[in-house]
Design a protein around this ligand. Structure first.
Ligand code: MG
Length: 305
């Protein structure tokens, strides 16, 4: 389990990436046994990580105190991406039920969004919460295209958008020019929103990049230029550190991209990576969902809140 895991390592393209690493820290494989790991979310109060095993219709929990892994929720409605809001509550994307939910402190489930203008969402994929309490999520069609990670169905909306739900419950489209919007995350000061487009999964020349938007005070997005192209596979989920670097999933591991869009280094993982999150009491441990396994590595940098 611990020690040097075959196929892991680091590729340094810029000294700035070496400065993010701890000389002797190695990638650890914490657990294996999933079909498609996604959506890691760290719970500081409980010192555990929750993530999705989408095809197995379950959510798993890795406990920092003893390294054990147990089932957090099953069935999970083929949950995908998760995040933890400022109150410490789990916010989840569910493919099967085509909705975004929040798990309250008492364990009850609140539906955040399941429709737009009366039409069912496709299959919410990834979610972040802004400091003002608004919930932002992407809605590609991966959960309704086939039965493997959800249930095959026609798209009622007929397109794949990015949405914002205000604390009042009002839902709005914030981006409507994506083919398959996927991972998303704010810059540390929330002035920028990065969104991945994985359209290349179903269009030969489709997008495989992250775009960068400015965030207006009224919650509308500006900009939207391509920020970084994926050089190996696709960018799926990603998170930022406090200094604004992006740590993003790719086919060969985790790519680290600086705020100018330059790929400065990679954490090599021997399985396709779908998503990452920072965790641990100091948020200096990167948790990596790589297909069948959960990996982690300690870094010299800290995740953005
Ligand atoms: Mg995703």
């Amino acid at each position: 389990m611990y020690g040097v895991v075959e196929g892991t390592g680091f590729e340094v393209f810029d000294p700035a990436f070496e400065a993010c690493l701890i000389g002797h820290a190695r990638v650890e494989r914490l657990w294996t046994g999933a079909r498609w790991s996604e959506g890691p979310a760290w719970f500081p109060a409980g010192r555990y990580l929750v993530w999705s095993d989408i095809p197995n219709n379950r959510m798993l929990r890795w406990d920092e105190t003893d390294g054990s892994v147990s089932v957090f929720r099953q069935p999970s409605n083929n949950s995908n991406g998760h995040t933890v809001d400022a109150q410490g509550r789990l916010v989840s994307c569910e493919h099967l039920t085509r909705r975004v939910t929040r798990t309250e402190h008492d364990g009850s489930i609140t539906v955040i969004a399941d429709r737009f203008e009366g039409k069912r969402l496709n299959s919410p994929n990834d979610v972040v919460v802004k400091s003002d309490g608004s919930i932002w999520f992407t809605d590609p069609s991966y959960g309704i295209l086939i039965d493997y990670e959800g249930e095959r169905a026609e798209s009622e909306i007929g397109a794949c958008h990015v949405y914002r739900v205000c604390p009042s419950g009002d839902i709005a489209i914030v981006a409507d020019d994506y083919l398959k919007p996927n991972g998303l995350a704010f810059s540390p000061d929330e002035s920028l929103l990065y969104i991945a487009d994985t359209g290349a999964t179903h269009a030969p020349e489709g997008p495989r990049h992250i775009r960068r938007h400015t965030v207006g005070s009224d919650g509308t997005l500006g900009g939207g230029e391509v920020f970084a192209e994926c050089t190996n596979g696709l960018f799926d989920g990603f998170r930022l550190d406090r200094d604004g670097r992006i740590w993003t999933s790719a086919a060969d591991g985790v790519h680290c991209i600086d705020p100018t869009g330059k790929l400065i280094g990679k954490i090599l993982i021997p399985e396709i990576v779908a998503n990452v999150c920072f965790g641990g009491p100091k948020r200096n441990r990167l948790f990596i969902c790589g297909t069948t396994s959960l990996y982690s590595v300690f870094l010299s940098v800290n995740g953005a809140r």
